[in-house]
Design a protein around this ligand. Structure first.
Ligand SMILES: Nc1ncnc2c1ncn2[C@@H]1O[C@H](COP(=O)(O)OP(=O)(O)OP(=O)(O)O)[C@@H](O)[C@H]1O
Ligand SMILES: [Mn+2]
Length: 518
């Protein structure tokens, strides 16, 4: 005290300023460390990677962001443990998130589907639930477009390929699909080559009569979940996800995926002895005397990620081959809601609540079926947790009013205890769903046959069943409810907007009237 009193005023001021500066710096440092919210608004802790800058102005009233926040609290917490056997990492559950509305029958949505409209029905519901799609009567098939007749003695694969129509991969009660699945499971394999392109190993399987299938090998046991520190783009492909995705697509009534079956191969007689030279070069015998190979690709094709027989069998998925006719090429489209595929960068849709408004103006999303197909794809991917939809393909020959092919689901069914709301962004940002899709979801939700039951039953016949472990099936029922809740929130949003607009118009005309009177 004496020291301070003995100082001159000028010096006292200088010491005071210095001390406050030190104190302030300390406060800022503590705040940044502990995120107390003094410097900036509190940052919600999302599952996003990298630095997350929160800007409330960007948020507007998007159902997507609101929804993400709503379900954040119910997010599961996963921990990684080492299993005793070997060095397999397994993610185990701590808490299963259950949507708060699991017991809700969603009668309000059902009423709209059944045309039971009354004064409780949200206004402009038809903007959200699309019943009257532009009707495209013509539905030619490949055979007609390519002018190739389906011969009586054609293989099941040829029959299948030539029967693909502009609207779907196969028809509802198609009899070739089961026959084709049986062929892929039972027919002898005569040759194997590695498929070029793509990031992970795939083999082209050749059967007699020029029949082919695309093979993805099993890499891990069914119980293994996506590793918590893996990005969607470095996640391993799962052969069982490809099989499950085919069944899911069929049960949802889309029929836009290729038929896929599981099969157990003998790695020596059915792969090694039939492999072409390039693939042969990558075979080796592991320390425990198993036959292994790794192929060539940009991810996980090296000795430490080899595919090994156990001890000499290997299971995998077999997908019906896409048509290879000269005029059956496919057009590749960038998905408007693709992720950034960068550790730290974000895509525009992640920060722009009005993103869909922009997409709606761009062909082919500005007319016809395509945007609705993306809505279907969004909930299809959400159900299986597939974050890897960077591109999609269509058959060129059918023009723009054709279905997007549901292809490449190897990264689905990776996290049974986590529901990734961001996959629903297209549906939640556009606030739109096909009435027929919504009806199917309501049918599964209200039972008696839940989506999980239907999936269990449908996949039972596969040679490598059970295809999915129970937690993945339970996740499906839980995610159906999340989608239904999303649609309900969308209806509320549109209703509110309509009422606000009407009120604003009314206000405006009242003001006008009063002006006129004056
Ligand atoms: N059943 C099939 N028959 C013929 N070609 C196919 C089949 N499935 C996929 N393809 C072709 O192979 C390409 C790669 O397949 P897929 O996307 O499944 O592999 P990927 O390794 O996951 O590729 P990426 O890493 O680029 O996503 C597809 O884009 C498609 O053109
Ligand atoms: Mn892929």
């Amino acid at each position: 005290m004496f020291l301070i009193r003995s100082m001159k005023l000028k010096n006292r001021l200088a010491v005071g300023c210095g001390l406050s500066l030190v104190l302030f710096t300390l406060l800022v440092v503590v705040d940044l460390q502990m995120n107390l919210g003094i410097c900036k608004p509190n940052v919600p802790s999302t599952g996003y990677h990298g630095k997350f800058k929160y800007n409330p102005d960007e948020d507007k009233t998007g159902v997507f962001k609101e929804f993400q926040r709503k379900f954040l609290g119910s997010g599961s917490k996963e921990t990684t443990t080492m299993k005793n056997s070997g060095d397999i990492l397994t993610t185990v559950r701590e808490r299963v998130p259950m949507p708060p509305t699991m017991n809700d029958k969603y009668e309000d949505l059902m009423a709209i589907i059944l045309n039971k409209i009354d004064d409780k029905t949200p206004t402009n519901y038809h903007k959200v639930i699309i019943k009257n799609e532009p009707n495209d009567e013509t539905n030619p098939n490949m055979s007609e477009m390519l002018e190739i007749k389906i011969q009586k003695n054609a293989t099941n694969l040829e029959k299948f390929q030539l029967s693909i129509t502009k609207k779907e991969m196969y028809s509802k009660n198609d009899e070739i699909v089961p026959a084709l699945l049986k062929d892929m499971i039972k027919q002898p394999i005569i040759h194997i080559v590695q498929k070029e392109g793509g990031t992970q190993l795939k083999l082209i399987i050749e059967y007699p009569n020029d029949v082919h299938a695309l093979f993805k090998p099993m890499r891990f046991p069914r119980e293994q979940q996506t590793l918590p520190n893996h990005f969607y783009f470095t996640d391993f492909e799962r052969h069982n996800a490809e099989i499950a995705a085919f069944h899911l697509d069929r049960l949802l009534g889309f029929r836009r995926a290729l038929p896929v079956a599981g099969r157990v191969l003998n790695i020596t007689s059915e792969i090694y002895q039939l492999a072409d030279d390039d693939l042969l070069k990558t075979f080796f015998i592991s320390p425990s005397n198993n036959v292994c190979f790794h192929g060539k690709c940009s991810y996980y094709c090296d000795t430490s990620h080899a595919i090994c027989g156990n001890p000499d069998t290997l299971e995998g998925s077999f997908a019906a081959f896409l048509p290879t006719y000269e005029n059956a090429q496919r057009k590749v489209w960038r998905h408007p809601w693709r992720r950034s595929y960068h550790k730290r960068r974000k895509a525009q849709w992640e920060t722009d609540a009005d993103y869909c408004t922009m997409v709606r103006d761009i062909p082919p999303y500005d007319s016809g079926r395509r945007l609705l197909d993306l809505m279907d794809m969004s909930l299809y991917d959400f159900l299986m947790g597939n974050m890897d939809r960077h591109h999609y393909e269509t058959f060129k020959i059918f023009g723009n009013q054709t279905f997007p092919i549901h292809l490449d689901h190897g990264r689905g069914f990776g996290r049974a205890y986590h529901d990734e709301i961001s996959i629903l962004a297209p549906m939640l940002q556009c606030c739109m769903i096909r009435a027929s899709t919504l009806e199917t979801l309501l049918k599964f939700h209200n039972g008696p046959k839940k989506l999980s039951d239907a999936m269990r039953e449908s996949m039972k016949v596969d040679p490598i069943a059970p295809i999915l472990i129970e937690p993945h099936l339970e996740a499906l029922d839980r995610r159906v409810v999340i989608i239904l809740q999303g649609i309900r929130d969308c209806l509320k949003k549109v209703d509110l907007e309509t009422k606000q607009n009407t009120a604003a118009e009314y206000d405006f005309s009242q003001n006008d009237d009063s002006k006129n009177r004056n």
